[in-house]
Design a protein around this ligand. Structure first.
Ligand code: PLP
Ligand code: SF4
Length: 442
């Protein structure tokens, strides 16, 4: 299949759009896509979306901007500006202002995760947890389609100073040499596998040639298996791409796909299954993770089916995330209590082979916070929580408690239980954020 890219500029040429959407829907897409990124492709349109019921179709909602994704006042502002024919610079100012109100870099990514090599700020890297360095290759700042809820959305719109990317493979290697605690490099983006085999090799080859015995695993954050499976089967350089994974495996390292899969529907096409087979034949392991999103996958049956299907195909269920505090969170978020119920209901229905999955987990500033559950302790209803990953490694797996709040959707909404004035990690977390010295060390 030949890749056809659709964005706000040309999506109206998709036959299914012409045949199905009302002028009102088109208008909504036009407005919302001014603020948040929109990109889809012919495979998603032809194979994944059920056009007979597109308004409720999870794949349509995953890909096409929805009216409610912008708050009413933001929607009206853009709508009015366009209606009044404001000059482009004025319109862009309004749009940028709205984007800034949508918390473009949640969890302190920009200020607190970017490491230093001496005085040099390595802007294409993030190093938050000891073992794993995230690398934002300059060539992977897009995806084969964009998810409506994407927390990396500022990477895809032209906002000054809001992008990570790096061509500086040499700086990455120099940094890794100074950090023997790092075992994993995680290529991310966008989608790390939007790169051509040649581009990917440009990064991988020097890593394999360098003397980095502490690097055990190279991971690829990707949605390509479900947005464009032909990348691994019939694209011109599909075989070359697989050879890159072979080469990493031959160096004695683990190749890990961190595959983003939101719904069992994405796993039905033969093209997906063929891609999974070919990737697994290289020795790479595929782990699956996804956020829990209202309108897309907010039921235990969906997660149960998804995990079961993954196990059948040799994919390892890994994380269920909570909708992050950015972009259209207000539209997609599910309450923490409901997230826990959905996770638990699904977990109870699958075998141990699928119980490798962890969640629901919030990737927040202090770390990945796992909602263990809601319970009652001495007559008080509380959330039980723990860190799976902490900005301080020592925080991991210490249970802590928050007052029960049925409406809480994020860590910020939670207050300590039992009369405590703050959570156990807060003092230290504030110290970390305020100490430049420590920031440069993490
Ligand atoms: C999730 C995450 C990782 C990887 O964590 P694992 O639990 O090892 O998969 C690394 N860095 C950041 C910033 C993350 O959010
Ligand atoms: S595939 Fe990942 S990075 Fe790309 S749009 Fe979706 S969530 Fe964002």
């Amino acid at each position: 299949m030949r890749f056809e890219n659709y964005t706000a500029h040309n999506y109206k040429s998709i036959p299914q759009i012409i045949n199905n959407l009302t002028p009102e829907h088109i208008h909504n897409i036009d407005i919302v896509s001014r603020v948040l990124p929109f990109k889809t492709n012919n495979y998603v349109a032809n194979e994944l979306i059920d056009w007979s019921n597109y308004l409720n179709d999870p794949m349509f909602i995953l890909n096409f901007p929805q009216h409610g994704m912008l708050k009413k006042e933001h929607f009206s502002k853009v709508e009015l500006a366009i209606k009044n024919n404001l000059p482009t610079t004025k319109l862009n100012e309004i749009i940028d202002q709205i984007r800034k109100e949508l918390n473009p870099h949640p969890a302190g990514q920009m200020e607190h995760n970017v490491p230093f090599l001496g005085e040099q700020r390595l802007s294409g890297l993030q190093h938050k947890y000891h073992e794993t360095v995230l690398f934002f290759a300059a060539h992977s700042q897009s995806c084969h389609a964009h998810c409506t809820f994407c927390f990396r959305w500022p990477q895809f719109v032209n906002m000054q100073g809001y992008r990570f990317s790096s061509r500086e493979i040499e700086s990455l290697i120099a940094y890794l040499k100074l950090h023997p605690e790092v075992t994993d490099i995680l290529f991310t983006g966008g989608d790390s596998l939007i790169m051509s085999a040649e581009q990917l090799n440009f990064y991988i080859e020097p890593i394999l040639k360098a003397d980095l015995p502490h690097i055990q695993s190279i991971r690829f954050g990707t949605k390509t298996l479900t947005y464009w499976p032909f990348r691994f089967t019939s694209d011109k350089d599909a075989d070359d791409l697989l050879r890159v994974f072979d080469k990493i495996a031959a160096s004695g390292r683990h190749v890990a796909f961190m595959a983003h899969i939101n719904h069992p529907k994405e796993m039905a096409p033969t093209a997906f299954r063929d891609a999974v087979k070919r990737v697994r034949n290289t020795g790479a392991e595929i782990r699956a993770q996804a956020p829990l999103m209202q309108y897309i996958n907010d039921s235990p049956e969906i997660w149960r089916d998804m995990w079961n299907e993954q196990v059948k195909l040799g994919i390892i269920p890994y994380y269920m995330f909570v909708a992050r505090d950015t972009g259209a969170q207000h539209y997609f978020a599910v309450s923490l209590e409901r997230a826990w119920h959905i996770f638990r209901d699904a977990y109870q229905q699958v075998s141990g082979l699928a119980r490798t999955v962890r969640g629901p987990s919030m990737s927040a500033g202090p770390g990945k916070v796992h909602v263990i559950g809601v319970t009652e302790i001495q007559g008080q209803k509380v959330f039980v929580l723990q860190f799976l990953q902490g900005r301080n490694a020592d925080w991991a797996l210490k249970p802590f408690f928050a007052q029960y709040d049925p409406n809480a959707i994020w860590l910020n909404d939670l207050k300590p239980a039992f009369g405590e004035s703050e959570f156990f990690f807060e003092k230290e977390y504030k110290l970390i954020l305020h100490s430049k010295e420590i920031v440069s060390l993490i």
